[in-house]
Design a protein around this ligand. Structure first.
Ligand code: NAP
Length: 486
């Protein structure tokens, strides 16, 4: 499907701004140019921060009912144009049109949850008389917005992961500046359009398009930006965390998620769920399944069910309704995945399916017997490849699952409650799915990881906690006053 190339403007403090220098946005499928966006400079970012200072004042003085109304109107605006949003996601990124439609639905949900959570930003009374000498004090704390949030987002969920920062920031009365991924800026700009149409006051939201390496520092190191909410890869995350200095940081990073299949599991259900979890969004999914640990007795039965499923996956034109797996985000990424698979095969891994590249497309690939010293065994693949390992018992699966520098989500398939609880207790991750793959998330649950998978939690209510601070109020009463002194 081809549409005319149209230049987009960026959203600077509520105004649509063009620039002479632009960045081309490509459709990864055929590398055609689908649009251009302004190439912002560091000065543009500094201007956005300057404007956001006034925006933070406006946002924090906006009553909760008004924040809720704006969030609900933005959600409705998107709902009324779902297909346009889905086509944008699918064209600029690597999701199929069916995957893109799901993301739009989730974005609407994220914004509606944000509206709901705005009314639940509570404080508590504090029993000050717990300390001797404080008998005559009463008070409470409430949560106040931190001011300006800097949001940096990745390419793989270009709409909903932006909504996961914008929704909670606005619900809690903050101003927010978004730096979307250079590969996929159009969905974030469409989100800004929804907020403009919903009546969000100017200066509260900016979406600044440009290369992270050129404009990122002006946002990350700015004294007046009180929080950096980053979603992306571990290496960029580490750099940003080092530079951010004394401000809040939330890091939603990558993983190489494990799933354990025990011999009592429903193997058909496990195979279906693992195939979907490993290959959706062409494997470019932070909670995508990368490593599967299968009890020895069922390894053969499980892997043949899995291969049957993989062979049914239809790779190709992402705009076709029947396509299951689209291209990767660009050819360079597909070549990286190809080289990691080739390294594993050259070191003795078995190739059970896939292993073929065509431009930015990489076929759904299944490897077994991958030696531990292969890149693919420890690092995040972020591509359509899954590794199968036979294990002797659950203890071994848990130990191997934990033996990496990531810990976002994990899955276990078993009917044995005691084994499920042992896995829940001992797997070092931010979320465990029992009888499902690691690739399960709803937008209202706490989401985030441990170790190299990040710091802090998203999921609207939890992001709001990160984007607000408690302020304590304490009244010192006059001790000499007694009821009978009236
Ligand atoms: P990435 O290369 O780390 O980029 C993410 C964002 O950071 C982009 O907007 C990028 O801008 C920006 N950036 C890169 N270097 C920067 C710097 N030095 N200063 C400021 N900004 C900088 O990640 P990606 O390839 O887009 O996304 C894939 C990664 O995201 C995977 O590791 C995946 O697991 C992770 N992810 C995590 C979650 C989660 O919730 N835990 C969700 C989705 C994805 P440019 O595009 O301009 O370079």
């Amino acid at each position: 499907m081809r549409t005319k190339v149209s230049a987009h403007k960026m959203f600077l403090a509520g105004n649509w701004i063009g620039k002479e220098e632009t960045i081309a946005v490509h459709d990864p499928q055929d590398h055609s140019i689908i649009s251009t966006v302004p190439k912002a400079s560091a000065e543009d970012m500094l201007l956005a921060v300057e404007e956001a200072k006034a925006g933070a004042e406006i946002a924090s003085s906006m009553p909760v009912h008004e924040r809720m109304a704006i969030l609900n109107r933005a959600a409705q605006y998107i709902e009324d144009r779902q297909e346009q949003y889905a086509i944008t996601i699918a064209r600029e990124g690597s999701k199929t049109i069916r995957e893109a439609r799901k993301e739009v639905k989730r974005c609407i949900e994220t914004l509606r949850i944000s509206a709901e959570e705005a009314r639940r930003i509570h404080g508590e009374t504090i029993p000050f008389d717990q300390m001797k000498g404080s008998e005559e004090r009463v008070g409470y704390y409430y949560r106040f917005p931190i001011g300006i949030v800097g949001a940096i987002t990745p390419f793989n969920d270009p709409l909903n992961l932006v909504a996961h920062k914008v929704g909670p920031a606005l619900a809690s009365g903050n101003a927010i500046i978004v730096k979307p991924a250079t590969a996929t800026p159009l969905s974030a700009l469409l989100l800004a359009e929804a907020f403009e149409e919903a009546g969000l006051p100017k200066k509260v939201l900016s979406v600044i398009t440009g290369n992270g390496s050129e404009i990122g520092d002006s946002l990350v190191t700015h004294r007046d930006v009180r929080m950096i909410s980053f979603t992306g890869g571990l290496e960029a995350g580490k750099k940003i965390a080092r530079k951010a200095g004394l401000k809040k940081i939330s890091m939603e990073l990558g993983s190489n998620s494990p799933v354990i299949v025990l011999k009592d599991a429903d193997l058909q259900e496990a195979a279906e769920s693992i195939v979907s979890g490993a290959f959706c969004a062409a494997g470019q999914n932070c909670i995508g399944v990368q490593r599967v640990y299968i009890e020895q007795e069922t390894f053969e039965a499980f892997s043949s069910l899995l291969i049957q499923q993989v062979n049914q996956c239809k790779t190709g034109n992402k705009m076709a309704e029947s396509t299951d797996v689209g291209p990767m985000i660009n050819e360079k990424e597909a070549m990286r995945v190809e080289s990691w698979v080739n390294e594993a095969v050259s070191k003795g891994a078995g190739l059970l399916a896939g292993g073929k590249r065509n431009g930015a497309f990489y076929s759904p690939t299944v490897l077994t017997d991958v030696p531990d010293d292969c890149t693919i065994a420890k690092k995040e693949i972020f591509g359509p490849v899954v590794l199968l390992y036979p294990i002797d018992h659950l203890g071994e699966a848990i130990e191997r699952s934990n033996d990496v520098n990531y810990g976002l989500q994990a899955g276990i398939f078993t009917k044995d409650l005691n084994k499920a609880f042992a896995a829940i207790r001992h797997l070092n991750v931010g979320g465990i799915m029992v009888n499902d793959s690691s690739d399960y998330r709803i937008d209202g649950m706490p989401f985030g990881g441990v170790k190299g998978s990040g710091l802090g939690r998203e999921g609207v209510r939890f992001a709001i906690q990160e984007m607000t601070e408690p302020k304590v109020v304490c009244f010192k009463l006059n001790q000499s006053w007694q009821p009978n002194s009236i």
